[in-house]
Design a protein around this ligand. Structure first.
Ligand code: NDP
Ligand code: PYC
Length: 341
């Protein structure tokens, strides 16, 4: 994950960055509501140093909106299917406004039934996944989400790409601490990080991907230019990626990662797939004990030598950004101002 070049770094208040991004989304075809949700998501990623899904993504959002591939004004249709199940048709719009539309019902259902599922289809997800789950843990709930992306990962043992980079994110409350959160692509690297490496002329570690001939390569450009990524952890990551295809697409009614054709929309970058979110109310099983048990787990991990919990780097970056402003390069800021008109 590469951060902006320190020499060209500027810092701005979170609210100012969010406002600038909101203007860009509105200027380029999003409704007020959609622009607000996406701007908050993207500014949060930049604030937390999640660079592969921060302002780096804005040109991709803009070119996708311009191509007509995604509907920035879509109003999601929420259906109350069962006591523990909600279905949302995002109507060709972004996944995050679909989650926002169903969220109050999802929390009510999780609190009354103990568990609830939100199945989103006909949606575009172009962002980090942790912003979708972390707020549930802030409310004392446990949340797990999966989303599939676009074909660029060769299943373990196969010859050609099929899966997307298919991330899994998890969040749980932890007494006296920030929630425990992890969020990871099931590919060896996120596609966004491959693009960042290609842009800055960096080679990748071995084992990340293959070139167009299927040969191992450390050249990010070769992966992007007809090559593909590998799953992380061989057959194990591949099995998780397969699970994500099943839960995010087959179960929701969304497209598998290979099922959409954006070739008629030059500039389109956002995968048109699905997303599943499962929310559990741990008080049903353990009362208030769950968060204390989470803390016990963290303490035991630290006692055996763990120095970095997943999510901890982001929380640290967030703290600095809250004090000093959100970091981005001068070049990025200039680009954003141009897009805002
Ligand atoms: P990383 O490999 O950078 O990190 C994965 C997780 O591991 C994070 O929770 C991270 O915490 C944690 N972590 C990293 N290094 C360590 C360490 N040394 N010790 C302990 N924990 C560690 O993420 P990926 O590159 O796999 O994914 C990046 C982003 O890309 C994710 O937000 C993902 O959702 C997004 N993505 C989105 C897709 C989409 O379709 N929308 C597709 C694929 C990826 P921390 O965050 O604190 O560093
Ligand atoms: O980084 O792999 C990725 C990705 C795909 C879609 C959005 N981000």
């Amino acid at each position: 994950m590469s951060a902006p070049t320190p020499s060209a770094l500027v810092r701005m208040p979170f609210a100012e960055l969010q406002g600038l991004l909101q203007t860009i989304f509105k200027q380029h075809g999003c409704s007020e509501a959609v622009a607000g949700v996406l701007a908050h998501n993207c500014a949060s990623a930049q604030r937390d140093g999640a660079h592969s899904h921060g302002v780096f993504r804005i040109p991709g959002y803009v070119s996708t909106l311009a191509s007509g591939w995604v509907d920035g004004r879509a109003t999601p249709e929420v259906t109350d299917v069962a006591p523990g199940y909600i279905r949302v048709d995002a109507r060709g719009g972004f996944a995050q406004p679909a989650l926002a539309a169903a969220r109050p019902m999802l929390v009510d259902k999780a609190r009354s039934a103990g568990i609830a599922v939100l199945a989103i289809h006909n949606s575009h997800h172009f962002a980090a996944l942790w912003p979708d789950v972390e707020p549930f843990a802030d409310e004392g709930l446990v949340a797990l989400s999966v989303v599939n992306s676009m074909t660029c990962v060769v299943p373990h043992g196969a010859r050609k790409p099929l899966f997307g980079t298919n991330p899994i994110a998890f969040a749980a409350p932890c007494a006296g601490h920030d929630p425990i959160v992890f969020d990871m692509a099931t590919s060896a690297m996120a596609h966004g990080d491959v693009q960042i490496a290609a842009r800055s002329g960096q080679q990748l570690p071995e084992g990340m991907g293959v070139d167009a001939a299927g040969q191992p390569t450390t050249d990010p450009a070769a992966i992007l230019d007809g090559g593909a990524l590998l799953p992380f952890g061989g057959h194990k990551g591949s099995a998780l990626s397969m699970m994500v295809e099943l839960l995010a697409a087959a179960l929701t009614g969304g497209h598998f990662s290979w099922e959409f054709d954006w070739s008629g929309h030059p500039g389109a970058k956002t995968p048109w797939t699905g997303q599943l979110i499962i929310v559990i109310d741990p008080s049903k099983a353990e009362g208030e004990r769950f968060a204390l048990r989470s803390r016990e787990l963290v303490e035991q991990m630290q006692a055996v030598g763990l120095s970095r919990m997943p999510g901890e780097r982001r929380y640290r970056e967030r703290e600095v950004a809250e004090r000093e402003g959100v970091a981005l390069s001068e070049q990025e800021l200039q680009g954003l101002r141009e897009l805002a008109g």
